[in-house]
Design a protein around this ligand. Structure first.
Ligand SMILES: *Cc1c(COP(=O)(O)O)cnc(C)c1O
Length: 360
């Protein structure tokens, strides 16, 4: 069977053991005579799946009891609107940090619902660093502060989570959820589209502190109110059942690997060897400031831009897929999420060395 190392920013690779388990269980799940896709979301078998998925996620991320886990649809992009519809309801003011394309989209959407203030931005240097945030910058009356913990396109990450005091911190964690251990009590609300580190597209995970539920405006549509989903255990209407099942398999895979502690060690190692090679190569360059570098999305450039196309084509011929950089950054981008094995990164480095020796 031919499998490639897929460096796509999302949807991205899934662990092979997860795909094989799903394949094996596909036509006849647990002797039910049907696949999970054909099963009622109210059935006992599916209830077990969604309950276990939530419990596994709680264990992996060490989610405190006063937080609810919601499985829903609409992607991270829907959260750009849902967060203000539910939380921008007291003072009507929110503070945002602008660290890239996804932050900008979240800001633009929130502006439809209230007064948005950008308290820090790295746009002045093409989003190649993470600005420093301290408490004095935050409006104590703000309903929340919003950051993008990992900037998928620009390849930056918040190494330190800002202390926002009593103002809830809302984070878009789409591209680094489950990549390392984190203290969940620092956050008021976490949201993430599944297609990077959780499972197939179609599922969105929301982790919300209980006191932030039930603050939506009167006119908030039922489906866009966190209360609807938390009170019904994510079963108000038909949830993305197969994606939840796949996420459960991914969570089991992570648990076997040693949880987020084990995963974090592997992720650190993958990123370390790639950055190390880029920095010592005298050919490739990382556009990102060292203290802001992401361990999930690693953009790099070759000073001679004319070589980009050739690099991407030759890499693909070697089974190293989807390395073309985002149009706003150019060059290449290697997304090395949880499911990318260390060997995939080693293969990439081997190819980069060969390519360098031919074109240097
Ligand atoms: C991929 C991504 C999004 C968009 O997610 P959708 O689920 O496609 O809406 C938003 N924010 C970040 C940080 C992302 O990486």
């Amino acid at each position: 069977m031919k499998r490639v190392y897929n460096f796509s920013a999302g949807p991205s690779m899934l662990p092979l053991p997860v795909l094989e388990k799903a394949q094996q269980e596909l036509p006849n799940y647990n002797d039910s005579g049907m696949s999970v896709m054909e099963m009622s979301h109210r059935s006992g078998l599916f209830t077990d799946i969604i309950t276990q998925a939530e419990q596994l996620l709680r264990d992996l991320m060490n989610i405190p009891d006063n937080y609810k886990v919601i499985f829903m649809q609409g992607g991270a992009s829907q959260q750009f609107a849902m967060v203000p519809m539910n939380l921008l309801t007291k003072s009507g003011k929110a503070d945002f940090v602008n660290t890239g394309s996804w932050s900008k989209k979240a800001i633009k959407e929130a502006e439809k619902f209230g007064q948005v203030r950008v308290i820090a931005s790295s746009e002045d240097e093409n989003f190649t660093y993470i600005p420093k945030i301290d408490r004095s910058m935050i409006d104590p009356e703000a309903d929340y502060v919003h950051i993008t913990t990992n900037n998928t396109i620009e390849g930056t990450t918040f190494r330190d989570i800002p202390d926002t005091g009593d103002v809830p911190l809302v984070v878009d964690m789409s591209s680094n959820i489950l990549s390392e251990q984190m203290d969940i009590s620092k956050f008021g609300l976490i949201y993430a589209g599944a297609q990077k580190n959780i499972g197939p597209a179609g599922l969105t995970v929301v982790i919300i502190r209980e006191d932030l539920i039930g603050q939506a405006t009167e006119t908030c549509p039922t489906m866009l109110d966190y209360k609807t989903h938390s009170e019904s255990g994510s079963l108000h209407n038909t949830p993305p059942t197969f994606s939840i099942y796949m996420a459960k398999l991914v969570f089991e895979w992570l648990k076997e690997l040693g949880g987020l502690k084990g995963m974090e060690e592997i992720n650190q190692e993958k990123a370390r060897i790639l950055y190390e090679y880029i920095d010592e190569s005298d050919f490739y360059l990382s556009p990102v400031k060292e203290d802001s570098r992401s361990i999930m999305n690693i953009p790099f450039v070759i000073p001679d831009r004319d070589l980009d196309g050739l690099f991407v084509r030759q890499a693909q011929a070697r089974g190293l897929e989807t390395l073309k950089g985002h149009r706003s950054v150019g060059g290449m981008r290697a997304s090395i999420y949880n499911a990318m094995p260390l060997e995939g990164v080693q293969e990439l480095i081997n190819f980069m060395k060969e390519f360098r020796s031919e074109h240097k």
